[in-house]
Design a protein around this ligand. Structure first.
Ligand SMILES: Nc1ncnc2c1ncn2[C@@H]1O[C@H](COP(=O)(O)OP(=O)(O)OP(=O)(O)O)[C@@H](O)[C@H]1O
Length: 481
């Protein structure tokens, strides 16, 4: 079998030669061109495993070739070579359908990594992995079909993706799916909840540290970037990143290099970034909470997940899939009227809430047959500012109590409500009293939101990080802890 063939398009003879030699040494065949015209005619004649093009050419822009190849339907990955510091060009090329980019001066180690990644795509390795991916993503609604098609397309590129969608709508699941269908599938997928890391630990967590870099650094440790090397790093709740960390992250993404705390040199990292948030990032930029340059970098391609209430056609399939996962195939079922009751509910907590509702209902159900009375659907309440008006009216909780002999619901978590004080009364121990009040309020918010920390934090007007910190301090556990 002949070696994969690469098309190199660059008008600088020196750089073209360097690229040719590097690729030949990798055992690949190379054709090269110095103008767009030559490249077009070569591309029409042959199939390439990768096209590598400079941006500025004597007879036009490399971007034109990117667009033409994307429209050709051949599925050939194209990577662009951008001038040093012209991050904007890279973003434009990625948006136009480029698979990846590499900045001048071309670092040969990074070039090799990129080429190998492109080859995996061309060899169909990704298709083999991706096609047979054991997908957990359920749904046949038009919204889900379009989402699947977008995921398949995005999996073939290195472009940073920003996933938006309400809490529990499946943002992390979609990110995992993109990774699983990509040429990076055999490498790690690392998901980081940016809202859960204390600010003081952020740099160490993201970039790692050398032994002795600070008090307590007894061993050298990798950060998230090193852990995700070769794979995908998902930055969940990215809007919660403090501004100082945003600067460092932008640098790491742009340079594709990170420096461990205490290290004197940087190390290259090959990581695809997927970010997610349930907040409006553009709005965060307007209010100065999020850096515009980082927003621009992360938001190259946006993937919007529909809320569950906008794809109720999927409800039966989803319920089936969730019940199968919880009890095993065919062990649980929905009784008369249950699906209708679920469909009439607005699911502010989306698929996660559906999972919780079904799990709880199962605890009440006889022999796995869930009845309307086993569902306890909450009155809808606003999830975040401004969202509530889009919700459909909620169903009142069904009045039928579970039969006495039914499986007992899990015992409620102990809630030490604070002792109410009379108007003239003072607590004998103020810190203890305040702790009790705080614990009681946090527990109530968590129970109201079925332990969805993001929603509970929003209800209480604090960040998820603050909520996690308080939960830890007050020793409040969620069922999934
Ligand atoms: N289409 C789907 N099919 C099956 N399960 C799904 C689907 N979408 C979401 N889920 C499930 O719902 C739960 C929540 O999904 P996920 O964690 O991906 O949501 P999220 O949007 O990232 O939530 P958050 O905003 O709180 O981080 C998970 O258990 C996930 O497996």
């Amino acid at each position: 079998m002949s070696a994969p063939r690469i098309l190199v398009l660059d008008d600088e003879a020196d750089l073209r030669e360097l690229l040719e030699i590097t690729l030949l040494k990798m055992g690949l065949d190379v054709d090269s061109a110095a103008t767009l015209r030559q490249a077009r005619s070569l591309f029409d004649e042959r199939d390439y495993a990768l096209v590598l093009t400079d941006m500025r050419l004597p007879d036009g822009l490399g971007l034109e070739l990117v667009r033409e190849i994307a429209a050709s339907g051949k599925g050939t990955p194209v990577a662009v070579i951008t001038a040093y510091g012209s991050a904007e060009n890279a973003v434009v090329a990625l948006k136009a359908g480029a698979f990846d980019y590499i900045a001048k001066p071309v670092a040969l180690d990074a070039l090799r990594v990129m080429v190998r990644s492109a080859l995996k795509l061309s060899e169909g390795a990704a298709a083999a992995d991706g096609g047979a991916v054991d997908s957990r993503m359920i749904g046949h609604s038009p919204a889900m079909q379009s989402l699947r098609a977008q995921i398949a397309r995005l999996a073939r590129s290195m472009a940073p993706i920003s996933i938006t969608g309400e809490s529990g709508s499946g943002k992390e699941l979609a990110a995992r799916e993109i990774h699983a269908q990509s040429s990076r599938a055999s490498k790690p997928f690392v998901a980081v909840n940016c809202g859960a890391i204390p600010e003081t630990l952020m740099e160490a967590e993201f970039f790692g540290y050398r032994k002795g870099a600070f008090t307590g650094a007894a061993e050298e440790r990798d950060g998230f970037f090193q852990a995700a090397n070769g794979g995908t790093l998902m930055l969940d709740e990215v809007a919660d990143l403090p501004l100082a960390m945003q600067v460092k992250l932008l640098r790491a993404i742009q340079e594709r290099r990170v420096r461990k705390i205490g290290a004197t040199s940087e190390e290259p990292v090959d990581v695809r970034i997927i970010s997610a948030t349930h907040q409006d990032l553009a709005r965060c930029v307007e209010t100065g909470k999020f850096r515009q340059d980082l927003f621009y970098r992360l938001n190259v391609i946006e993937l919007a997940l529909p809320p569950l209430r906008e794809r109720m056609d999927d409800l039966a399939l989803l319920a089936d899939g969730i019940l199968n996962r919880l009890t095993g195939p065919g062990q649980a079922s929905l009784g008369p009227g249950v699906l209708e009751a679920l469909k009439a509910y607005s699911f502010p907590g989306n698929v996660r809430e559906l999972e919780n509702v079904l799990e709880r209902a199962l605890a009440f159900a006889n022999d796995g047959a869930i009845q309307v009375g086993d569902l306890s659907l909450k009155a809808a309440r606003p999830v975040e500012g401004g969202r509530s008006e889009t919700m459909t009216p909620a169903v009142a909780p069904a009045p039928v109590p579970p039969p006495v002999e039914a499986v007992q619901a899990p015992p409620p978590r102990p809630m030490a409500a604070p002792v109410a004080l009379g108007p003239a009364e003072l607590p004998s121990n103020l810190p203890e009293y305040l702790e009790q009040v705080e614990r009681d309020i946090i527990q109530r918010a968590l129970q109201q939101t079925q332990f969805n920390r993001t929603q509970a934090a929003a209800l209480l007007g604090i960040s998820v990080r603050q909520l996690r910190y308080q939960m830890q301090k007050l020793d409040i556990c969620a069922p999934d802890d």
